[in-house]
Design a protein around this ligand. Structure first.
Ligand code: HEM
Ligand SMILES: *[C@@H]1O[C@H](CO)[C@@H](O)[C@H](O)[C@H]1NC(C)=O
Length: 333
């Protein structure tokens, strides 16, 4: 009896120790904090915001470009600015798409220069954190929510080579494919829908949705939810069969330059351009969330903030030799 008791006591001590160890490991894996630069670069938020404000005054395109850059950075090797590393295998040169919007890259380059021009901050702030802050600032300056950004990411030392294609969602993805990829990054279906709301600003090229506009011989559209007929006709004018590779259309036809819940209303009107967008309304499992966000912008903003905060934790490097503070955001030190 006594022995059994002391046995179970030992057991609980052991269990507690294991729990503490596990908790420590989990923390060490992702220890970000909002005031990470409080002593090393207290002005970091102001410096980044200044660069963002200036760039957006010159061109609004930098806003969607920067938000998308952050998303791709986090899904490819974790939020470590590896998406910024230039080279023959980077996402842009690989011809994947125009993700590395020159305007977004320029915005990050300028923000980095602004941070490093402050003597106290020079070489202390990672490109990954600058990108996370810039993404918040473009969202907020485009009319979206303002939120506190967790900081403390290190920059990765490896480029995006070869992993890009398997890490990012495709415009033809159905709900199961979307959920699977987002779940692999620790994000729920609600997170995925809220983050898709990032398509409330920005554009897409014709090649990403042209298969929804025409019946191509021998290539039936794998996933093409219904499209509003008048809108479809209009889009055929924008993207004729002989469309130019540089022609673009707004992802949110309702309010293209405003970060609001118009994207979800676009989906309700069957005017989503990407199949992966329209499927969120077409599939009954996600439709109620789309309707909820379309009706309640506050609920969308709250969900977006929660989801982008989780996105910002994906695969972050905070300690050890796999990370560094990059001197130039497009190059490993
Ligand atoms: C859910 C899966 C997603 C898919 C399949 C997807 C796909 C795409 C595609 C095909 C484009 C157009 C690219 C082009 O033609 O140039 C695009 C643009 C964009 N995406 Fe996504 N995306 C997804 C999620 C996200 C997320 C989570 C965000 C950020 C929160 C985001 C932000 C953007 C933005 C802002 C643009 C416009 C870029 C610009 O105008 O420069 N996307 N996306
Ligand atoms: C909208 O959503 C917010 C946040 O979830 C909630 O507090 C509010 O009650 C909702 N408003 C309506 C009219 O449902």
């Amino acid at each position: 009896m006594g022995q059994r008791r002391s046995g179970s006591r030992w057991q609980s001590v052991l269990l507690a120790a294991v729990a503490v160890l596990l908790a420590t490991a989990a923390c060490a894996a992702a220890q970000l904090s909002q005031n990470y630069y409080a002593s090393t670069c207290p002005n970091v938020e102001t410096l980044v915001r200044g660069a963002v404000t200036q760039k957006l005054k010159e061109t609004f395109n930098a806003a969607p470009g920067t938000l998308r850059l952050f998303f791709h950075d986090c899904f490819v090797r974790g939020c470590d600015a590896s998406v910024l590393i230039a080279g023959q295998d980077d996402e842009h040169s690989a011809g994947a798409d125009t993700t590395l919007s020159p305007d977004a890259l320029d915005l990050i380059t300028r923000a980095k220069a602004a941070v490093d021009a402050d003597a106290q901050c020079a070489n202390k702030v990672s490109c990954a954190d600058i990108l996370a802050l810039a993404a918040r600032d473009v969202v907020s300056q485009a009319g979206g929510p303002y939120y506190q950004v967790e900081l403390g990411r290190l920059d990765g030392k490896v480029g995006t080579r070869a992993v890009v294609k398997h890490s990012l969602p495709g415009a033809g993805f159905n709900l199961d494919q979307l959920n699977k990829l987002f779940a692999a990054n620790g994000l729920t279906q609600t997170d995925m829908i809220a983050l898709s709301g990032g398509h409330t600003i920005g554009v897409t090229h014709c090649d990403k949705f042209v298969r929804r506009l025409y019946q191509f011989k021998g290539a039936p559209p794998q996933n093409s939810p219904a499209m509003n007929l008048a809108f479809l006709r209009q889009m055929r004018q924008t993207c004729p069969l002989s469309y130019s590779p540089t022609t673009v259309a707004m992802l949110d036809a309702v309010t293209p330059n405003k970060f609001d819940n118009g994207y979800f209303q676009t989906l309700q009107q069957l005017k989503g351009l990407l199949a992966s967008d329209q499927v969120l309304f077409a599939d009954r499992r996600s439709r109620s969330t789309v309707n909820y966000f379309a009706a309640n912008q506050t609920a969308f903003f709250d969900a977006f903030v929660a989801a982008i905060t989780k996105l910002g934790r994906v695969g972050v490097k905070t300690t050890g030799s796999d990370g560094e503070i990059r001197r130039v955001c497009t190059k490993v030190n």
